[in-house]
Design a protein around this ligand. Sequence first.
Ligand SMILES: Cc1cc2nc3c(=O)[nH]c(=O)nc-3n(C[C@H](O)[C@H](O)[C@H](O)COP(=O)(O)OP(=O)(O)OC[C@H]3O[C@@H](n4cnc5c(N)ncnc54)[C@H](O)[C@@H]3O)c2cc1C
Length: 460
Amino acid sequence: MKTQREDLPHVVILGGGFAGLSAARQLVKAPVRITLVDRHNHHLFQPLLYQVATATLSPSEIAAPLRGLLGPKGVAVVLADVTGVDTAGKRVLLSDGELKYDYLVIATGATHSYFGNDHWAPFAPGLKSIEDAVEIRRRVLLAYEMAERETDPSIRRALLNFVIIGAGPTGVEMAGSLAEISRSSLTGDFKNIDTRDARIILIEGLGKVLPVYPDDLAAQARRTLEKLGVEVRTGARVTNIDESGVYIGTEHIAARTVLWAAGVAASPVARSLGAPLDRAGRVNVTPELTVPGHEDVFVVGDLASLKQADGTPVPGLAPAAMQEGKHAAHNIVRRLRGQPMVPFKYWDRGSYAVIGRGHAVGIAFRRFKQSGFLAWSAWLFIHLMFLIGFRSKLAVMLDWAYSYLTFNKSARIITGPAPRLDQLRLPSSTTRGEQILLTDAEPSTHGAASSRGLAPPSSH
Ligand SMILES: Cc1cc2nc3c(=O)[nH]c(=O)nc-3n(C[C@H](O)[C@H](O)[C@H](O)COP(=O)(O)OP(=O)(O)OC[C@H]3O[C@@H](n4cnc5c(N)ncnc54)[C@H](O)[C@@H]3O)c2cc1C
């Protein structure tokens, strides 16, 4: 195990996501002392979260402990909640203490945004953390269990309605995967219901699915979703969500499972900097990725807002976060050597959205549009390459191969507090049974990112 010299400049990195981890890894050979702070003890591979939420992968396959990744390289890992930054005093404020820094890299990412309707959160969880994914998996699987025992047709209908709000990449991926569960993997598992009767309804406020993709790819994505049995509603603005379902103006869709994939907001840590923020609360960074007026404070990843030379924003994607983290580390080393910092340039290898088994749409290298199996293979390759640790790569590959060949959902276990069987069967005159189920796990406080920061929130 490498140890760190106390007399070296102290670099503190906030967040062990794609950006923070890549900054730390880039700095390990530099003459600095590194401390990485995260509220979770693991690095999470968010692009595969929907596979946990829809019971294809297990949480441990898409997360790796930060201590295991960084400890042997001599990086100090601190499990703590960052509450703010005091740039004048060069201090990071933690919920239970503080840390002094010489250089600071802030990479605390983004959370879900309910656009001022935070009271919707308990009824429509978003997908951002392992806890979110496990909770969504629990709700989806429990809905089928409850439908199996329900005798009232209207309640059974509501239990088999699954609504996803927001048709950015995350919403599209969730909808495709939920349709597959109902049409393939779960068929034959139940005696009283036909899981193929489930309705998967994808709602988007803007005029098309995948709003930031070119029209032809978006139209193709829609056709593929519809072929899978997803009902796509574009140009439909959700006006309310409660325990009974979703409202679009005066229309009410009765649904016991509603998922939120419609908006992102920057981590609140940004606000403590007193720096200029964009509409989503991200820090408007300099081309060198620093906070204007603070050359020792870098902001990277989903929390940073930066325009490329052609005026388009650097997208909120994992590769962009990794490149920014690495670049911030590079600029810190240049500062230490007394060299001027250099501006960041994003190398765009492409972005993809998966639509069910073996199908995706995407754009490679900013210009080559791809769809179908080819795009899915490119997505698979890129994502497996990013997976941290060989064991994960192998395990994920095997799980996918098994799932692909057999339609089996190997991770479809319900976790969390055991449901009381008397609550599973809902009385027909009330919705209280569901309310109990919905609230017996902590409502999610983490965020979802459907538009993946490619553009401002895609709908609503
Ligand atoms: C469901 C989903 C699917 C996605 N799919 C794709 C995809 O297919 N391809 C792609 O390229 N991108 C995808 N993205 C986007 C990609 O995951 C993000 O762009 C990327 O994670 C941003 O990296 P980051 O390091 O900035 O933030 P994150 O990876 O979000 O990391 C932030 C870290 O900061 C920690 N943190 C936050 N606040 C605090 C605090 N106050 N105190 C302490 N620690 C804190 C968090 O625990 C976390 O570890 C997806 C995102 C989501 C949510």
